[in-house]
Write a new protein. Structure first.
Length: 153
């Protein structure tokens, strides 16, 4: 079942349950999918990789918006963003905790033969591809930088 089909089925369930917040978030995701499909000009749908990138980008946008609203002391808008983020995260693979992220990054560092901070770009390219949807880009970058600056790996 494609992501679009799952979203459509979940929209029906949210409508029956009269869950307005969930329904709004699901419609937002469906809108993103439809926009991405029309941009490509194809009707066959999106690849699973493209779906993952789309959801990851949407989650990042919600997270950043929630942070901005929190700084502006707009709890009402922050809660809307966090509710949508929670729905989006249901469709993303489980996020790696910091320990698991470091273990995976150490494997990547050893595989690409990185030896120091100058190899950051090489490691980030592989890590971003392999860990897409499993960890936030900022968290990956911060951990890679920390690991490469620590020469005891």
């Amino acid at each position: 079942m494609s992501l679009k089909q799952r979203i459509e089925a979940d929209i029906k369930q949210a409508m029956l349950a009269k869950d307005k917040a969930r329904l709004q978030a699901l419609r937002s995701i469906k809108s993103l999918i439809m926009l991405a499909e029309t941009e490509k000009g194809g009707t066959e749908g999106l690849s699973p990789d493209m779906e993952m990138k789309l959801l990851t980008r949407a989650a990042k946008q919600r997270r950043e918006s929630a942070e901005i609203y929190a700084k502006q002391q707009r709890a009402d808008l922050e809660q809307v963003e966090l509710a949508e983020l929670a729905v989006i995260e249901e469709y993303l693979p489980g996020q790696l905790d910091e320990g698991d992220l470091r273990i995976r990054l150490l494997e990547i560092i050893q595989r690409v033969g990185a030896s120091g901070p100058s190899d950051l770009g090489k490691v980030m390219g592989v890590a971003s591809r392999e860990l897409a949807g499993q960890a936030d880009g900022r968290a990956i970058s911060r951990a890679v930088s920390d690991l490469l600056n620590n020469t005891d790996f």
